[in-house]
Design a protein around this ligand. Sequence first.
Ligand SMILES: O=C(O)C(=O)Cc1ccccc1
Length: 402
Amino acid sequence: MFGATQPAPATARMARSGRSEWQSTCAILTSKVVSQEQSESLPIPPVSSGVDHVSAVNGNHSAARMNLVPIEKSDSNPLVLQQHRQKPLSMSDLSPAPKHGSNLRVAYQGVPGAYSEAAAGKAYPNCQTVPCDQFEVAFQAVELWISDRAVLPVENSLGGSIHRNYDLLLRHRLHIVGEVQLPVHHCLLALPGVRKEFLTRVISHPQGLAQCERTLTKLGLNVAREAVDDTAGAAEFIAANNLRDTAAIASARAAEIYGLEILEDGIQDDASNVTRFVMLAREPIIPRTDRPFKTSIVFAHDKGTSVLYKVLSAFAFRDISLTKIESRPNHNRPIRLVDDANVGTAKHFEYMFYVDFEASMAETRAQNALAEVQEFTSFLRVLGSYPMDMTPWSPSSSSSSS
Ligand SMILES: O=C(O)C(=O)Cc1ccccc1
């Protein structure tokens, strides 16, 4: 685990130093106090039962390795002391994303073979993935220290935003610490020997169904579509219930795991089908300026004229590109009644706006933009400032995600 290998003296030093500048910025902008230091340096669960649980979930029963080195006080041999001395923390250790995710526990919704599992592996190679039956559980796994990260699909190039997951970001207090864009290559899977003509139903995650809609029709599969929680779960369901009239839209890896055959390969409506996932942690990472960063915020605006325009201008004025804007109903206040003495009562929908912009919170222009945005908003929270996924990809590389 990246953090567990960090030296104890440095951890203690960080803990003593109090809140970082970035966390102070977060606290100001979000009106919430960040109580703990950067998670990358404190990932060890406080109780061992949590770790045991994770091992059980993962089928991996290796004991958790705590990196606490016992100090034998009577030992004055300098060579032995040298062995005990731990490597001091250096700038490279402060890297926003662990270079190797080994032993990092990453929760995702679904069962093995789900795309979220592949996204976890891309973000943190060699991590331990922790399957969860719901996104809510994946969030709680991190909050309760059962897991170190959660991976959450938020949008797809064909299916659009996964709205429910935006709501979860707001409902929970986790921080976005990274993003991954994964080419998604869908297959049509069925039990061995099943032919397309036998099918009466296709099941998958709603995004899987949405991303293959046109291709299914082209294949003559005008059969019932049914949404399930995750793509690999659909494959597992067919295998477990020996369903010979049902096919799943899922990855080739799911076919392998659950013993299904690939009836059609690459059935996404567009070859360049990409899903964006965000990685969540208990603590924010320290934003940097030495590589491209993205920042995600959510805000609600007060009544007033042209507020959204003013908010967006705060970014345009500073040459900060927005990569995404999404609105969701403001669950605290879904409707505002506006009385006009002459005309009557109008009902306005109230929204939460989610904005991603291309700048790091370590940059003055981003800090100034948010200070300005704060003037027009009744609520503002920084969901995270994190390195952009810059890995090149091409449609032909998509099979690696399956
Ligand atoms: O169900 C899965 O496998 C997921 O990880 C969610 C999803 C579904 C379809 C495309 C991308 C992600």
